[in-house]
Design a binder for this molecule. Structure first.
Ligand SMILES: NC(=O)c1ccc[n+]([C@@H]2O[C@H](COP(=O)([O-])OP(=O)(O)OC[C@H]3O[C@@H](n4cnc5c(N)ncnc54)[C@H](OP(=O)(O)O)[C@@H]3O)[C@@H](O)[C@H]2O)c1
Length: 336
Protein backbone atom coordinates (compact mmCIF):
# COMPACT_ATOMS: atom_id res chain seq x y z
CA UNK A 1 0.00 0.00 0.00
CA UNK A 2 1.24 3.50 -0.84
CA UNK A 3 -1.11 5.53 1.37
CA UNK A 4 -4.43 5.38 3.19
CA UNK A 5 -6.99 7.88 1.93
CA UNK A 6 -10.69 8.68 1.94
CA UNK A 7 -13.36 8.62 -0.75
CA UNK A 8 -17.08 9.27 -1.16
CA UNK A 9 -19.17 6.36 -2.41
CA UNK A 10 -22.82 6.16 -3.45
CA UNK A 11 -24.47 4.35 -0.53
CA UNK A 12 -28.06 4.33 -1.80
CA UNK A 13 -29.91 5.73 -4.79
CA UNK A 14 -32.32 8.64 -4.28
CA UNK A 15 -36.03 7.81 -4.22
CA UNK A 16 -36.85 11.25 -5.64
CA UNK A 17 -34.67 14.04 -4.28
CA UNK A 18 -31.03 13.24 -3.55
CA UNK A 19 -30.01 13.68 0.10
CA UNK A 20 -26.93 13.33 2.30
CA UNK A 21 -28.00 9.78 3.17
CA UNK A 22 -27.23 8.70 -0.37
CA UNK A 23 -23.50 9.32 0.20
CA UNK A 24 -20.90 7.79 2.49
CA UNK A 25 -17.33 8.80 3.32
CA UNK A 26 -15.13 5.70 3.59
CA UNK A 27 -11.42 5.05 3.98
CA UNK A 28 -9.45 3.31 1.26
CA UNK A 29 -6.00 1.88 0.67
CA UNK A 30 -4.17 3.26 -2.33
CA UNK A 31 -1.82 0.65 -3.83
CA UNK A 32 1.67 1.38 -5.06
CA UNK A 33 1.65 2.48 -8.72
CA UNK A 34 2.55 -0.07 -11.37
CA UNK A 35 4.54 0.77 -14.49
CA UNK A 36 2.64 3.44 -16.43
CA UNK A 37 0.66 4.58 -13.39
CA UNK A 38 0.66 7.63 -11.13
CA UNK A 39 -0.82 8.54 -7.77
CA UNK A 40 -2.48 11.93 -7.62
CA UNK A 41 -3.29 13.75 -4.41
CA UNK A 42 -6.41 15.71 -5.24
CA UNK A 43 -6.49 19.41 -4.42
CA UNK A 44 -9.77 20.46 -6.05
CA UNK A 45 -12.87 18.66 -7.28
CA UNK A 46 -15.90 19.76 -9.18
CA UNK A 47 -19.52 19.16 -8.22
CA UNK A 48 -21.91 19.48 -11.15
CA UNK A 49 -25.70 19.30 -11.62
CA UNK A 50 -25.46 16.46 -14.18
CA UNK A 51 -24.14 14.16 -11.43
CA UNK A 52 -27.69 14.00 -10.07
CA UNK A 53 -28.73 12.00 -13.16
CA UNK A 54 -25.87 9.55 -12.62
CA UNK A 55 -27.22 8.73 -9.15
CA UNK A 56 -30.27 7.05 -10.76
CA UNK A 57 -30.01 3.61 -12.30
CA UNK A 58 -31.59 4.67 -15.58
CA UNK A 59 -30.14 4.61 -19.08
CA UNK A 60 -28.83 7.99 -20.16
CA UNK A 61 -26.07 9.56 -22.21
CA UNK A 62 -23.62 8.68 -19.41
CA UNK A 63 -23.58 5.51 -17.33
CA UNK A 64 -25.01 5.59 -13.79
CA UNK A 65 -22.74 5.74 -10.75
CA UNK A 66 -22.35 2.30 -9.20
CA UNK A 67 -23.32 1.64 -5.60
CA UNK A 68 -20.46 1.40 -3.04
CA UNK A 69 -17.95 2.62 -5.59
CA UNK A 70 -16.33 6.07 -5.46
CA UNK A 71 -18.15 8.72 -7.46
CA UNK A 72 -16.41 10.33 -10.40
CA UNK A 73 -15.97 13.86 -11.62
CA UNK A 74 -13.47 16.47 -12.66
CA UNK A 75 -10.53 17.02 -10.32
CA UNK A 76 -7.16 18.75 -10.15
CA UNK A 77 -4.30 17.35 -8.13
CA UNK A 78 -0.59 16.94 -7.63
CA UNK A 79 1.29 13.82 -8.69
CA UNK A 80 2.83 12.35 -5.53
CA UNK A 81 4.17 9.08 -7.00
CA UNK A 82 4.89 8.16 -10.58
CA UNK A 83 6.08 5.17 -12.57
CA UNK A 84 5.08 6.79 -15.83
CA UNK A 85 7.36 8.48 -18.33
CA UNK A 86 6.45 12.08 -18.95
CA UNK A 87 4.45 12.56 -15.74
CA UNK A 88 6.79 13.58 -12.98
CA UNK A 89 6.22 13.85 -9.26
CA UNK A 90 5.10 17.38 -8.44
CA UNK A 91 3.19 17.89 -11.71
CA UNK A 92 -0.26 19.48 -11.51
CA UNK A 93 -2.74 17.34 -13.44
CA UNK A 94 -6.43 17.30 -14.31
CA UNK A 95 -8.40 14.05 -14.49
CA UNK A 96 -11.82 12.56 -13.83
CA UNK A 97 -11.27 10.72 -10.52
CA UNK A 98 -12.70 13.28 -8.12
CA UNK A 99 -14.61 12.50 -4.90
CA UNK A 100 -11.48 10.97 -3.30
CA UNK A 101 -8.35 12.21 -1.55
CA UNK A 102 -5.98 10.21 -3.75
CA UNK A 103 -6.36 8.56 -7.15
CA UNK A 104 -4.28 5.72 -8.60
CA UNK A 105 -4.49 6.28 -12.35
CA UNK A 106 -2.97 5.21 -15.63
CA UNK A 107 -0.90 8.11 -16.88
CA UNK A 108 -3.11 8.18 -19.98
CA UNK A 109 -6.02 9.26 -17.75
CA UNK A 110 -4.34 12.48 -16.60
CA UNK A 111 -3.59 15.71 -18.41
CA UNK A 112 -0.49 17.51 -17.21
CA UNK A 113 -1.07 21.24 -16.78
CA UNK A 114 2.51 21.97 -17.70
CA UNK A 115 2.72 25.59 -16.83
CA UNK A 116 -0.68 26.40 -15.37
CA UNK A 117 -1.70 29.70 -16.92
CA UNK A 118 -3.70 30.76 -13.90
CA UNK A 119 -4.58 29.34 -10.47
CA UNK A 120 -5.20 25.62 -10.99
CA UNK A 121 -8.75 25.77 -9.56
CA UNK A 122 -9.86 27.60 -12.72
CA UNK A 123 -9.14 24.46 -14.78
CA UNK A 124 -12.40 23.11 -13.32
CA UNK A 125 -14.30 26.33 -14.05
CA UNK A 126 -13.48 28.97 -16.64
CA UNK A 127 -10.74 26.86 -18.26
CA UNK A 128 -12.64 23.58 -17.87
CA UNK A 129 -15.76 22.12 -19.43
CA UNK A 130 -17.78 24.80 -17.61
CA UNK A 131 -16.20 27.63 -19.59
CA UNK A 132 -16.12 25.53 -22.75
CA UNK A 133 -19.87 24.86 -22.40
CA UNK A 134 -20.58 28.58 -22.28
CA UNK A 135 -18.30 29.17 -25.27
CA UNK A 136 -19.80 26.41 -27.43
CA UNK A 137 -23.35 27.44 -26.51
CA UNK A 138 -22.80 31.07 -27.51
CA UNK A 139 -20.69 30.43 -30.63
CA UNK A 140 -22.11 27.26 -32.15
CA UNK A 141 -25.33 26.01 -30.58
CA UNK A 142 -27.11 29.38 -30.45
CA UNK A 143 -24.49 31.75 -31.90
CA UNK A 144 -24.65 35.30 -30.58
CA UNK A 145 -24.46 37.93 -33.31
CA UNK A 146 -23.84 41.65 -33.23
CA UNK A 147 -26.85 43.48 -31.78
CA UNK A 148 -28.65 40.40 -30.40
CA UNK A 149 -30.73 40.52 -27.26
CA UNK A 150 -29.61 37.52 -25.19
CA UNK A 151 -31.32 35.83 -22.24
CA UNK A 152 -29.43 33.43 -19.94
CA UNK A 153 -30.97 31.36 -17.13
CA UNK A 154 -29.09 30.17 -14.02
CA UNK A 155 -27.07 33.22 -14.98
CA UNK A 156 -25.22 33.63 -11.69
CA UNK A 157 -24.02 30.02 -11.82
CA UNK A 158 -20.93 28.50 -13.40
CA UNK A 159 -21.91 28.20 -17.07
CA UNK A 160 -24.47 31.01 -17.05
CA UNK A 161 -22.16 33.67 -15.66
CA UNK A 162 -19.61 32.98 -18.40
CA UNK A 163 -22.25 32.68 -21.14
CA UNK A 164 -23.64 36.12 -20.27
CA UNK A 165 -20.19 37.73 -20.30
CA UNK A 166 -19.37 36.05 -23.62
CA UNK A 167 -22.62 37.28 -25.13
CA UNK A 168 -21.48 40.81 -24.28
CA UNK A 169 -18.01 40.14 -25.78
CA UNK A 170 -19.64 38.82 -28.96
CA UNK A 171 -21.60 42.02 -29.51
CA UNK A 172 -24.98 41.49 -27.86
CA UNK A 173 -26.88 44.75 -27.54
CA UNK A 174 -28.58 43.62 -24.34
CA UNK A 175 -27.91 40.72 -21.96
CA UNK A 176 -30.56 39.66 -19.47
CA UNK A 177 -29.92 37.05 -16.79
CA UNK A 178 -32.24 35.13 -14.52
CA UNK A 179 -31.13 34.10 -11.05
CA UNK A 180 -32.65 33.34 -7.67
CA UNK A 181 -32.84 36.33 -5.34
CA UNK A 182 -31.99 40.02 -5.46
CA UNK A 183 -28.35 39.73 -4.42
CA UNK A 184 -27.55 37.43 -7.33
CA UNK A 185 -29.33 39.92 -9.59
CA UNK A 186 -27.11 42.71 -8.31
CA UNK A 187 -24.06 40.52 -8.91
CA UNK A 188 -25.14 40.02 -12.54
CA UNK A 189 -25.61 43.72 -13.24
CA UNK A 190 -22.96 45.34 -11.03
CA UNK A 191 -20.36 42.57 -11.07
CA UNK A 192 -20.67 40.89 -14.47
CA UNK A 193 -22.00 43.65 -16.72
CA UNK A 194 -25.43 42.18 -17.51
CA UNK A 195 -27.93 44.88 -18.54
CA UNK A 196 -30.78 43.52 -16.44
CA UNK A 197 -31.57 40.69 -14.09
CA UNK A 198 -34.80 38.93 -13.25
CA UNK A 199 -35.47 37.11 -9.98
CA UNK A 200 -37.36 33.95 -10.93
CA UNK A 201 -38.12 33.21 -7.29
CA UNK A 202 -40.29 36.35 -7.23
CA UNK A 203 -42.56 34.69 -9.83
CA UNK A 204 -44.00 35.83 -13.19
CA UNK A 205 -40.93 35.03 -15.30
CA UNK A 206 -42.72 36.04 -18.56
CA UNK A 207 -43.70 39.42 -17.10
CA UNK A 208 -40.25 40.12 -15.72
CA UNK A 209 -38.64 39.05 -19.00
CA UNK A 210 -40.98 41.31 -21.00
CA UNK A 211 -39.99 44.24 -18.78
CA UNK A 212 -36.27 43.46 -19.06
CA UNK A 213 -36.33 42.83 -22.83
CA UNK A 214 -39.36 44.77 -24.14
CA UNK A 215 -38.48 44.17 -27.81
CA UNK A 216 -38.04 40.42 -27.38
CA UNK A 217 -34.97 38.21 -27.42
CA UNK A 218 -32.86 36.68 -30.19
CA UNK A 219 -30.89 34.09 -28.23
CA UNK A 220 -31.75 32.08 -25.14
CA UNK A 221 -29.15 29.97 -23.32
CA UNK A 222 -31.30 27.46 -21.43
CA UNK A 223 -29.71 25.99 -18.33
CA UNK A 224 -32.94 25.51 -16.38
CA UNK A 225 -35.85 24.27 -18.57
CA UNK A 226 -39.45 24.40 -17.33
CA UNK A 227 -40.91 27.86 -16.75
CA UNK A 228 -37.76 29.57 -18.01
CA UNK A 229 -37.98 27.80 -21.38
CA UNK A 230 -41.70 28.61 -21.58
CA UNK A 231 -41.02 32.28 -20.94
CA UNK A 232 -38.14 32.39 -23.42
CA UNK A 233 -40.17 30.80 -26.23
CA UNK A 234 -42.89 33.36 -25.56
CA UNK A 235 -40.37 36.20 -25.85
CA UNK A 236 -38.36 35.03 -28.87
CA UNK A 237 -38.19 37.17 -31.97
CA UNK A 238 -38.72 35.54 -35.37
CA UNK A 239 -35.71 33.36 -36.26
CA UNK A 240 -34.42 33.25 -32.70
CA UNK A 241 -32.01 30.60 -31.44
CA UNK A 242 -32.22 28.55 -28.27
CA UNK A 243 -29.32 26.49 -26.87
CA UNK A 244 -30.74 23.59 -24.84
CA UNK A 245 -27.81 23.14 -22.48
CA UNK A 246 -29.40 22.06 -19.20
CA UNK A 247 -32.70 21.66 -17.36
CA UNK A 248 -31.75 21.83 -13.69
CA UNK A 249 -35.33 22.59 -12.62
CA UNK A 250 -36.18 18.97 -13.51
CA UNK A 251 -33.13 17.09 -12.21
CA UNK A 252 -34.56 16.44 -8.76
CA UNK A 253 -37.96 15.38 -10.16
CA UNK A 254 -38.96 11.84 -11.08
CA UNK A 255 -40.94 12.76 -14.18
CA UNK A 256 -39.97 13.64 -17.73
CA UNK A 257 -39.29 17.25 -18.53
CA UNK A 258 -42.60 18.83 -19.61
CA UNK A 259 -42.98 20.13 -23.16
CA UNK A 260 -42.99 23.93 -23.34
CA UNK A 261 -46.51 25.21 -22.74
CA UNK A 262 -46.76 27.13 -26.02
CA UNK A 263 -44.41 25.10 -28.19
CA UNK A 264 -46.39 25.96 -31.33
CA UNK A 265 -44.84 29.42 -31.05
CA UNK A 266 -41.49 27.81 -31.92
CA UNK A 267 -43.05 26.84 -35.25
CA UNK A 268 -44.65 30.17 -36.09
CA UNK A 269 -41.62 32.19 -34.97
CA UNK A 270 -39.34 29.86 -36.98
CA UNK A 271 -37.11 29.21 -33.98
CA UNK A 272 -34.03 27.04 -33.92
CA UNK A 273 -33.69 24.89 -30.78
CA UNK A 274 -30.54 22.80 -30.50
CA UNK A 275 -29.43 20.47 -27.74
CA UNK A 276 -25.85 20.29 -26.56
CA UNK A 277 -23.60 17.82 -24.75
CA UNK A 278 -20.16 19.20 -24.10
CA UNK A 279 -18.52 15.81 -24.68
CA UNK A 280 -19.13 16.36 -28.40
CA UNK A 281 -17.13 19.58 -28.36
CA UNK A 282 -13.90 18.82 -26.51
CA UNK A 283 -11.90 19.48 -29.68
CA UNK A 284 -12.64 23.19 -29.17
CA UNK A 285 -10.58 23.42 -25.96
CA UNK A 286 -7.42 24.64 -27.75
CA UNK A 287 -9.44 27.48 -29.26
CA UNK A 288 -11.20 28.34 -25.97
CA UNK A 289 -8.25 28.40 -23.54
CA UNK A 290 -6.45 31.44 -25.05
CA UNK A 291 -9.74 33.35 -25.30
CA UNK A 292 -10.52 32.61 -21.65
CA UNK A 293 -7.03 33.52 -20.45
CA UNK A 294 -7.01 36.75 -22.47
CA UNK A 295 -10.52 37.61 -21.24
CA UNK A 296 -9.39 37.23 -17.64
CA UNK A 297 -6.25 39.28 -18.26
CA UNK A 298 -8.03 42.18 -20.00
CA UNK A 299 -10.99 42.18 -17.62
CA UNK A 300 -13.64 41.14 -20.15
CA UNK A 301 -14.21 37.91 -18.26
CA UNK A 302 -14.50 37.47 -14.56
CA UNK A 303 -14.41 34.00 -12.98
CA UNK A 304 -16.13 33.69 -9.62
CA UNK A 305 -15.75 30.46 -7.68
CA UNK A 306 -17.65 29.43 -4.55
CA UNK A 307 -15.35 27.24 -2.48
CA UNK A 308 -16.35 24.58 0.06
CA UNK A 309 -13.57 23.02 2.13
CA UNK A 310 -13.15 19.31 2.82
CA UNK A 311 -14.00 16.10 0.97
CA UNK A 312 -16.44 15.25 3.76
CA UNK A 313 -18.48 18.33 2.74
CA UNK A 314 -18.61 17.43 -0.96
CA UNK A 315 -22.07 15.77 -0.81
CA UNK A 316 -23.60 18.81 0.90
CA UNK A 317 -21.87 21.07 -1.60
CA UNK A 318 -23.27 19.05 -4.48
CA UNK A 319 -26.82 19.14 -3.05
CA UNK A 320 -26.55 22.89 -2.47
CA UNK A 321 -26.41 23.41 -6.26
CA UNK A 322 -30.13 22.63 -6.34
CA UNK A 323 -30.79 25.31 -3.72
CA UNK A 324 -28.67 27.92 -5.49
CA UNK A 325 -26.06 28.19 -2.73
CA UNK A 326 -23.31 28.95 -5.24
CA UNK A 327 -22.32 32.03 -7.16
CA UNK A 328 -20.16 31.11 -10.14
CA UNK A 329 -18.48 27.71 -10.14
CA UNK A 330 -18.90 25.54 -7.05
CA UNK A 331 -15.64 23.80 -6.13
CA UNK A 332 -14.55 21.60 -3.26
CA UNK A 333 -11.03 22.22 -1.96
CA UNK A 334 -9.39 19.04 -0.66
CA UNK A 335 -6.03 20.47 0.34
CA UNK A 336 -2.97 22.01 -1.20
N1 LIG B 1 -25.05 20.16 -21.89
C1 LIG B 1 -23.88 20.14 -21.27
O1 LIG B 1 -22.91 19.53 -21.73
C2 LIG B 1 -23.75 20.89 -19.99
C3 LIG B 1 -22.49 21.24 -19.48
C4 LIG B 1 -22.41 21.96 -18.28
C5 LIG B 1 -23.58 22.30 -17.62
N2 LIG B 1 -24.78 21.92 -18.14
C6 LIG B 1 -26.03 22.30 -17.49
O2 LIG B 1 -26.03 23.70 -17.30
C7 LIG B 1 -26.77 24.00 -16.11
C8 LIG B 1 -25.91 24.83 -15.19
O3 LIG B 1 -24.81 24.03 -14.77
P1 LIG B 1 -23.64 24.67 -13.92
O4 LIG B 1 -22.60 23.66 -13.79
O5 LIG B 1 -23.31 25.98 -14.49
O6 LIG B 1 -24.32 24.84 -12.50
P2 LIG B 1 -24.57 26.19 -11.71
O7 LIG B 1 -25.37 27.09 -12.58
O8 LIG B 1 -23.32 26.71 -11.16
O9 LIG B 1 -25.43 25.71 -10.48
C9 LIG B 1 -26.76 25.44 -10.61
C10 LIG B 1 -27.60 26.72 -10.42
O10 LIG B 1 -28.90 26.45 -10.92
C11 LIG B 1 -29.82 27.27 -10.24
N3 LIG B 1 -31.02 26.46 -9.97
C12 LIG B 1 -31.10 25.36 -9.19
N4 LIG B 1 -32.36 24.88 -9.20
C13 LIG B 1 -33.07 25.72 -10.00
C14 LIG B 1 -34.44 25.77 -10.40
N5 LIG B 1 -35.32 24.86 -10.00
N6 LIG B 1 -34.84 26.78 -11.22
C15 LIG B 1 -33.96 27.72 -11.63
N7 LIG B 1 -32.64 27.72 -11.30
C16 LIG B 1 -32.23 26.73 -10.49
C17 LIG B 1 -29.17 27.75 -8.96
O11 LIG B 1 -29.02 29.16 -9.02
P3 LIG B 1 -30.19 30.17 -8.54
O12 LIG B 1 -29.75 30.70 -7.22
O13 LIG B 1 -30.22 31.18 -9.62
O14 LIG B 1 -31.43 29.35 -8.40
C18 LIG B 1 -27.80 27.09 -8.96
O15 LIG B 1 -26.78 27.95 -8.50
C19 LIG B 1 -27.24 22.68 -15.54
O16 LIG B 1 -28.54 22.41 -16.03
C20 LIG B 1 -26.25 21.70 -16.13
O17 LIG B 1 -26.74 20.39 -16.20
C21 LIG B 1 -24.87 21.23 -19.29
Amino acid sequence: MYVSGTQIVLRTRPVIRASLENFELVTMDVDEPEVGQVIVKNNWMSVDPYMRGRMDDTPSYIRPFELHVPLEGGAIGTVVASRAEGVSVGSTVSHFAGWRSHALLDATAVTVLDAPLIDSQHYLGLLGTTGLSAYVATTEIAPVRQGDVVFVSAAAGAVGSIAGQLARMFGASRVVGSAGGPSKGRHLVDGLGFDAAIDYRAGDIPGQLAAAAPDGIDVYIDLVGGGHLDAAIGAMRVGGRIALVGAISAYQERKPLAMPADFYRAYTSRLMLRGMLINDHMHRFPEWIPIAVAGLADGNLSATNTIVDGLQNAPAAFLSLFAGANTGKLLVRLGD
